[in-house]
Design a protein around this ligand. Structure first.
Ligand code: 5AD
Ligand code: SF4
Length: 519
């Protein structure tokens, strides 16, 4: 069948979509670029904020119109919204034919088949949701994890010569055990399950053999990765995914005689065992239990990117407590201090929620203080959005008016802009490797302000004239995830998806200007 798949939300979803795509292609389905050409329309959805859900509802509205006009169309909602809304979604949107939670994606082909013979298939044969059994039977589920098979079935054909194909995600942990009070993820993605290190290393090797240049490891709290060997085996004796060990394990040394792979061990293993991998990065870091061992591996492994996405969420201890984040502002700052001491060039990004339940002007001012203290290169700033099913939704009133949330959001964006400017400025005059991701016409670019490219630091740097007159720009990223705009030389297309040395000659709050060193 002809399938259209649209992805909303996070990097986990992007990876899920890639795996779903590979699985459906291997079964003979084909993918189309426009929903109008499709027989099956799938939305891989996100529930983290209400805004993300609204977009999907509007897509469902359009699909409903097509069905009303008599088109034969299978409409599927997969991912977190399916899991969160459950069968309610079916009731409210009768145009939806199938639903599949993020923990059940291995069953998607079957659901599509069932929906295709809709009259024969009972509705229950078109739904695969974990429901609350996902946490109750987490241990059992981890051991016979069908999702692991989905990850392992990834296609490793030689990648296309473009940056998107040359940059890949590899999941190391599924789910989350932290239960921050505002967050729906532990409810939709279930308990924390760690993949066996051998599977992860093998996947990285095969991706690199297929031409991948950059791998980003994914986990909701990635530094909590820990695999204890010899405890979870499949029937044929192979290591199986295993549930997270619980937080106490990070407070004490490993039990005598147990053989574990920590996150630091895993990073080191990938770095050593996949020597052709040019860039290894990871998201998202949790600000607690981030050991010096991880920082040391980052320092000693030149191909591990010195970049941390480590959300603080708030700069007020009172809010952090209400959010159940499990650390204080002082502990967060102590961690940042260790990072900047061990890795002076490490860039730091984060997430902040404004207008969480009960947030006062004073709490907000403390968040501003935190942003002034940490050399963030960027922060994603979100207005608190109450999510049904979470503790905050049930127990804490959403009492900050939207106008106040908006004002705080804007104030933080302005402050973050100034902080970002400083984090970018310090790179001017230095040489950095840039992973080239895109070529843009300067005049049509909205993200990159025109008129500043090609300026060199007076007298110091060679400025190739072809670079100065070019109207096109290469857009790429440094190991620290800073975006660089470089005047494009002739034949720039051949540089897409490669890492090129560049000199940084200027900066803006969210952008560096560079010149290719080699030309
Ligand atoms: N409202 C607003 N932002 C949220 N996030 C998670 N849940 C919510 C919510 N209910 C943000 C957090 C998280 C990022 C992925 O999304 O900042 O780090
Ligand atoms: Fe959500 Fe907190 Fe888990 Fe992150 S750590 S996914 S914010 S519950």
């Amino acid at each position: 069948m002809r399938v259209y798949l649209e992805t909303f939300g996070c990097q986990m979803n992007e990876l899920d979509s890639e795996l779903v795509r590979g699985q459906l292609l291997s079964l003979g389905h084909e993918f189309v670029a426009h929903p109008d050409d499709a027989q099956v329309v799938l939305f891989n959805t996100c529930s983290v904020r209400e805004h993300a859900e609204q977009k999907v509802y509007s897509r469902l509205g359009l699909a409903g119109v097509r069905k009303k006009q008599g088109e034969q169309l299978i409409v599927g909602v997969i991912g977190c919204m399916a899991e969160r809304d459950g069968v309610d979604l079916f009731k409210r949107y009768p145009q939806v034919d199938l639903m599949c939670g993020p923990g059940e994606l291995d069953r998607l082909p079957l659901l599509i088949d069932n929906a295709a013979r809709a009259d024969a298939a009972d509705r229950s044969e078109r739904i695969a949701l974990a429901g609350n059994k996902s946490r109750r039977t987490a241990t059992l589920q981890a051991a016979e994890d069908n999702l692991e098979i989905l990850d392992l079935s990834r296609a490793f054909e030689p990648v296309a010569n473009d940056a998107k194909s040359r940059s890949a995600y590899v999941r190391i942990t599924r789910g989350c055990n932290k239960f921050c009070t505002y967050c729906v993820v532990p409810h939709t993605r279930g308990a924390e399950v760690h993949r066996p290190p051998a599977h992860i290393v093998e996947e990285c090797k095969r991706l690199v053999d297929a031409g991948v240049v950059e791998i980003t490891l994914l986990g909701q709290t990635i530094n909590h990765y820990r695999y204890t060997h010899g405890t979870a085996l499949t029937v044929d004796g192979h290591e199986a995914p295993q549930v997270g060990p619980g937080l106490s394990v990070f407070r004490q040394p490993p039990a005598a005689g147990s053989r574990t792979t920590s996150f630091a061990d895993l990073l080191h293993r990938i770095h050593e065992e996949v020597p052709s991998l040019q860039r290894l990065r990871f998201v998202t870091s949790y600000p607690r239990d981030f050991g010096d061992d991880i920082l040391q591996v980052m320092r000693d492994s030149p191909r591990i990117c010195q970049y941390l996405h480590v959300p603080a969420q708030s700069g007020s201890d009172r809010m952090l407590k209400a959010m159940n984040r499990g650390y204080t502002v002082a502990e967060y700052l102590e961690f940042i201090d260790r990072v900047t001491t061990t890795l002076p060039d490490c860039t730091i990004g984060g997430d902040i929620i404004v207008g969480f339940c009960g947030e006062t002007d004073e709490d907000f001012e403390q968040t501003c203080d935190l942003i002034r203290k940490v050399p963030y290169k960027n922060n994603f700033i979100f207005k608190y959005s109450p999510r049904p099913g979470t503790v905050a939704f049930d127990r804490l009133p959403d009492d900050v008016p939207d106008s106040v949330k908006r004002a705080r959001n804007n104030a933080l964006l302005a402050l973050q802009n100034a902080v970002s400017a400083r984090a970018h400025e310090r790179w001017v005059g230095r040489s950095v490797p840039v992973f080239v991701e895109d070529i843009r016409d300067r005049s049509s670019s909205t993200q990159v302000p025109s008129g500043h490219v090609g300026l060199s630091v007076a007298g110091k740097l060679p400025t190739a004239s072809s670079q100065v007159v070019s109207r096109r720009q290469l857009i790429g990223r440094t190991p620290g995830d800073l975006i660089v705009a470089i005047p494009a030389p002739d034949g720039a297309e051949t540089l897409l998806g490669s890492v090129q040395p560049a000199r940084i000659v200027g900066s803006k709050p969210l952008l560096l200007d560079g010149l290719l060193s080699a030309s």
